[in-house]
Design a protein around this ligand. Structure first.
Ligand SMILES: *[C@@H]1O[C@H](CO)[C@@H](O)[C@H](O)[C@H]1NC(C)=O
Ligand SMILES: *[C@@H]1O[C@H](CO)[C@@H](O)[C@H](O)[C@H]1NC(C)=O
Ligand SMILES: *[C@@H]1O[C@H](CO)[C@@H](O)[C@H](O)[C@H]1NC(C)=O
Ligand SMILES: *[C@@H]1O[C@H](CO)[C@@H](O)[C@H](O)[C@H]1NC(C)=O
Ligand SMILES: *[C@@H]1O[C@H](CO)[C@@H](O)[C@H](O)[C@H]1NC(C)=O
Length: 512
């Protein structure tokens, strides 16, 4: 997300890198004083690039004409909603569901675009604790009450100074990250270089586990709380995720969501940029013209195989989608970005008149299950990476999002979201809700069934953030930019953080 500010600066010739700051006022190749820019992808990165580019261009008095290409039929990418019960009165986030105050860009954007937000806290009038961490055998910690906050006394009692030390460390690391966007580091040429300059390479070089240890945070806090947080936010265990991402997963102050869907931020950004948004339009190829411009070849959704796709020529191109999933051919002389392993996250949304079953979690029937269940691994279990990392708990998180009224039956029901590494099957869902299951019983989407509506989605949600010290280039070729470079560095001050509001520790504890 923030990378787009850099791209905007560079594209407008505002950065020291672009032609020694002497960007021509007339683009000779196009014979016009308007710079034509293509942005491929209308997700968070593309929308934010369009917005910042238009803003920089306006302040520099250099007209730009932006065209956004998006192969889906909607703006927002992984920030999108679906309708519970297929009823537009019940939009629910399918991907990125919250953003935090530290994310100034999104926070400010909601104000600028007059989007109303709600604080992301759990409903307390539903029985059960607000949050608990489950290791597949027992709850290692349960948050009492429904305030949406951890019980500080309890954390201190269980983990000593670990929580406070961690929060201090999170603040320090986020501070270093924000330095990347201030002079003198900004604008930067290379993520690897700027990471080194602001002192973050040591953080990305270590695993989350190592980084906590290096900073004197030992004991169970990392395994039980930080790992629950890296699992819910990134579907990764602490031994395999780098320190920066582990810290970011704990940066949860004041989590917000836009009422009706966070995608509205990105739609507003594209609108504000006055870009032409071409939806359901797939870019097939980027080719270099002999004048050093880029020709994009693209097709409409229905005409994928068309022998004569559309084409248009641009001065600059921003590739704002993971290259490996883009299916775009690059000019031959360019080295394509590396293929990086992505998490395949299974998201299951469903509604049910039932609460989660206490007995699924080994609790007595009169002891209601928590409304949000995060997971970690039992201590003796060796954490794995990849989809195996989910381990014996079998899922990353289960959340009761809110109470809803079924529009067909007018019955009160609950809306749930599960994150897992494989699609939860019927047996699992029946057990989770504590209802009888007969062989061949189809659980989903039927009026008298325990599950009244169900929606499943698999996202390539984010890369596996293994420790590393070198990062992808952000300029793939002259005037060809790549936002995906940022994904392996940090992915979470964007919008992909999830539920970490519930792992929040109020700011006051830091100074105590
Ligand atoms: C601006 O971009 C739009 C859409 O790509 C294109 O139709 C139009 O010709 C461009 N305008 C100029 C002045 O280049
Ligand atoms: C957000 O708004 C605050 C206060 O208006 C301002 O100081 C800050 O620079 C803005 N940040 C961004 C990233 O726009
Ligand atoms: C902002 O939104 C509120 C309610 O949606 C509306 O009443 C108000 O007029 C809007 N303000 C502006 C400046 O658009
Ligand atoms: C990728 O492009 C090729 C050729 O243009 C096409 O046959 C294929 O269906 C595309 N794949 C996806 C996933 O879009
Ligand atoms: C359903 O999933 C559970 C684990 O979640 C697994 O143990 C079980 O074998 C699966 N059952 C079927 C019929 O696939």
């Amino acid at each position: 997300m923030k990378l787009s500010i850099y791209l905007a600066a560079a594209l407008c010739g505002l950065s020291s890198s672009a032609d020694n700051g002497q960007a021509p006022l007339v683009y000779e190749q196009s014979g016009s004083n308007i710079k034509n820019v293509a942005i491929i992808g209308a997700g968070a990165g593309g929308a934010s690039s369009a917005y910042h580019l238009a803003k920089f261009a306006a302040s520099a008095g250099r007209p730009v004409n932006i065209t956004v290409f998006e192969r889906n039929s909607y703006i927002g990418g992984r920030s999108t909603t679906v309708d519970a019960y297929d009823d537009p009165n019940y939009p629910v986030e399918l991907g990125a569901s919250i953003f935090v105050e530290t994310n100034h860009i999104l926070f400010n954007a909601t104000k600028e675009f007059n989007l109303s937000t709600n604080a992301f806290i759990t409903q307390s009038d539903i029985p059960g604790a607000g949050l608990a961490v489950w290791n597949g055998e027992e709850f290692v910690i349960t948050q009492s009450g429904g305030s949406g906050w951890w019980d500080i006394a309890k954390l201190f009692w269980r983990y000593g100074l670990g929580p406070m030390k961690t929060m201090r460390l999170v603040k320090e690391v986020v501070g270093k990250f924000l330095e990347m966007y201030d002079e003198p580091a900004f604008p930067f040429q290379s993520l690897t270089q700027v990471g080194q300059d602001v002192g973050l390479l040591a953080v990305t070089a270590a695993t989350g586990t190592q980084y906590l240890e290096e900073n004197g945070i030992t004991g169970d806090f990392g395994q039980e709380i930080v790992q629950a947080s890296t699992r819910v936010n990134y579907a990764q265990n602490l031994d395999y995720i780098h320190g920066l991402e582990a810290m970011v997963s704990m940066a949860a102050e004041n989590a917000q969501a836009v009422t009706g869907g966070n995608w509205q931020i990105f739609a507003s950004m594209i609108q504000a940029s006055q870009a032409t948004a071409l939806l359901e339009t797939s870019v097939i190829a980027i080719e270099k013209t002999k004048h050093g411009r880029y020709q994009l070849r693209f097709s409409d959704a229905g005409t994928e195989s068309s022998a004569d796709p559309g084409s248009q020529t641009f001065d600059d191109v921003v590739l704002a989608t993971p290259y490996q999933y883009s299916n775009i051919s690059l000019p031959e002389e360019l080295t394509a970005p590396d293929t990086i392993p992505y998490v395949q996250l299974h998201v299951t949304l469903f509604t049910s008149p039932h609460l989660l079953s206490p007995s699924f979690f080994g609790q007595k029937p009169d002891n209601p299950a928590p409304r949000v269940v995060l997971t970690t691994l039992p201590k003796r279990e060796e954490p794995a990476s990849g989809s195996e990392g989910v381990g014996s708990p079998g899922f990353f998180s289960i959340s009761l999002l809110r109470q809803v009224t079924n529009p067909k039956s007018s019955r009160p029901e609950y809306l749930y979201k599960i994150f897992s590494a494989a699609p939860p099957n019927s047996t699992f869902l029946h057990n989770l809700l504590g209802v009888e299951h007969e062989d061949g019983d189809e659980i989903e989407e039927s009026k008298n069934r325990p599950i009244t509506w169900c929606y499943r989605k698999v996202w390539n949600s984010y890369p596996y953030e293994f420790p590393r010290v070198t990062f992808e280039r952000i300029e793939l070729g002259k005037n060809l930019w790549y936002t995906g470079a940022m994904d392996s560095f940090i992915n979470g001050l964007t919008t992909t953080t999830e539920q970490l509001a519930r792992l929040n520790i109020p700011a006051e504890t830091e100074s105590r």
